[in-house]
Ligand binder design. Sequence first.
Ligand code: FCB
Length: 452
Amino acid sequence: MKLQFNNNAIVLSDEFTLGVATAAQQIEGGRSLDGRIDSIWDAYAARKDTIENGDTPTNACEHYRLLDQDIAMIIDLGVDAYRFSIAWPRVMDEQGEVNPLGLAFYERIVDALLANGITPYITLYHWDLPECIQKSGGWENRDTTDLFAQYVDVISQHFKGRVQHFSTLNEPWCSAFLGNLYGIHAPGNTDRKTAYIVGHHLLLAHGKACRVIRKNISNAQIGIVLNGGPTQGFTDSIEDNLKAELAYHEMVSFFAEPIYKAQYPSLLRKLFPDFFDMVLAEDLDIISAELDYLGVNYYTRNFVTDAQDDIGYQTKVSPGAVVTAMGWEVYPQGLTEFCMQLNESYQPKAIYILENGAAFDDQVVAGEVNDDARCEYIYQHLLEVEKMFNFGVPIKGYFVWSLMDNFEWAFGYNKRFGIVHVDYQTQQRTLKRSAHAIKALLKQKKRINSAK
Ligand code: FCB
C-alpha cells in the first residue's frame, strides 16, 4: 500500500480510508426527543458560567431532526467512512433498559451508510455519560464500568453483522483530566486524585467493553481513541522539561501504558503513590485487551511550563507561531512525530487518525465559505500521512474533524471546525471550500483506483 502524489495533489490508495467525524452530543440536539435522557453535558451546560456565551447542546445542529438531509450530504461527499458516536443517554433509559426509539435512530444511520458503500466507525463513548449515572458517582464509581459494558453489549449485539469498527472511548484524558482536574469539562471537578480514579475506571470500562464486543462480533475491529502531540518544555530549563514529562505522562502514557503494557507509568506511581488504590489485581489484565487499532486525535504540539495552581503546569504556544481560532499552533509535522513515538513505544497493529482539523472564523460570503486556511491545514497533514508510510507507521486512515460546525464543548458554538458551515439560526448547511476539496480528492481516489 502506498500513497502517491500527482502534480502536488494527493492520491490515496484504495485501502486507505478517508472519512469525516462527528460526535453525538455536538451535533444531534433533540435533547429530550423520543425518550433521550440528559447527559452530564446537558447538566453541566445548564450551570452558570460553564460554556461560552451560555450556549447549550440542547439543539446543536438538530442532526436528530435533519438526519436524512445530513446523511445525503455525507453520501454526496463520497467519503469512504463516517465516524460518529452513539449517545448512551439516547439508547438506554434511567432504569438501564433499552430505548428502542434511540436505537432506531442509529440504525437509520448505519443502514443508510451501508446502502451507500460507506463504512460506519462507531465511537461508543464520546463524553456523554447519562446524568442519572453521574448522580450515583459517575466514573468515580467502579459500578459504572459494568453499566458501560451492558450498554456496549446492547449496541454490539444489535449491530453485529453490520458494523465492524468500534472505538470504545474518545479521548479519555479529556473525560478524566479536563472533567475532574481542570474543571473545564463535565462534570467540572478540580481534584487530581479524582481524575486518576476516573481515568482508571474509564480504562477498565474500555477493557470490559473490548471483551463484550469480541464475544458478540467475531470479526470486530476494536480500538480506543487517544489524543496528544509532541510535548516538550517551553524553555530548555530542567523545570520546564520535567513538567513536560509529567504533562505527557498524564495525557498519553496514563492511558497507553496500561492498554499496551498492562502497567501504569512508573513516574506517575512514584509522584502520586496513593492515587492508585482503586487498581485491583485483575484490572490491568482486563484493560490490556488486544486491540486492532489505535485511534489518534491530533491537533497541535504542546510546550509546557510551570503553573502555580492545582494542575501544576500549563501549555503555551511559541511566540510567532501560526495558530488556529483555538489558539493552537499549526504544526503538521507533529502528526508524524507523535504517531512515530506511539508506534515505537507500543507497536499498535494499525493506526487511524480519527480526528484532525482546525477551527477558523469562517464567514459565508455570497453563499460560499472560502476556508483556504483549513484546506491548507488538511493538505499539510495528509502530506504527513504519506511521510509516515515511508517511515513504516501502519497508518490506515484519516478522518477530518469535523463534518460540520458544531457544539465545541466549553467553547459553545463559537469555534467552527466543520468542513460544512452551519447557520444555527436557520440550520442551513453550506459546504465550505474544504468540503469541496475533500469531495474532489475522494472522487479522484475512486477514479484512479477503479482504473487500476
Ligand atoms: C477533540 C474532541 C472533539 C472536538 C475536537 C476539536 O478533543 O474529541 O469532540 O471537540 O477536539
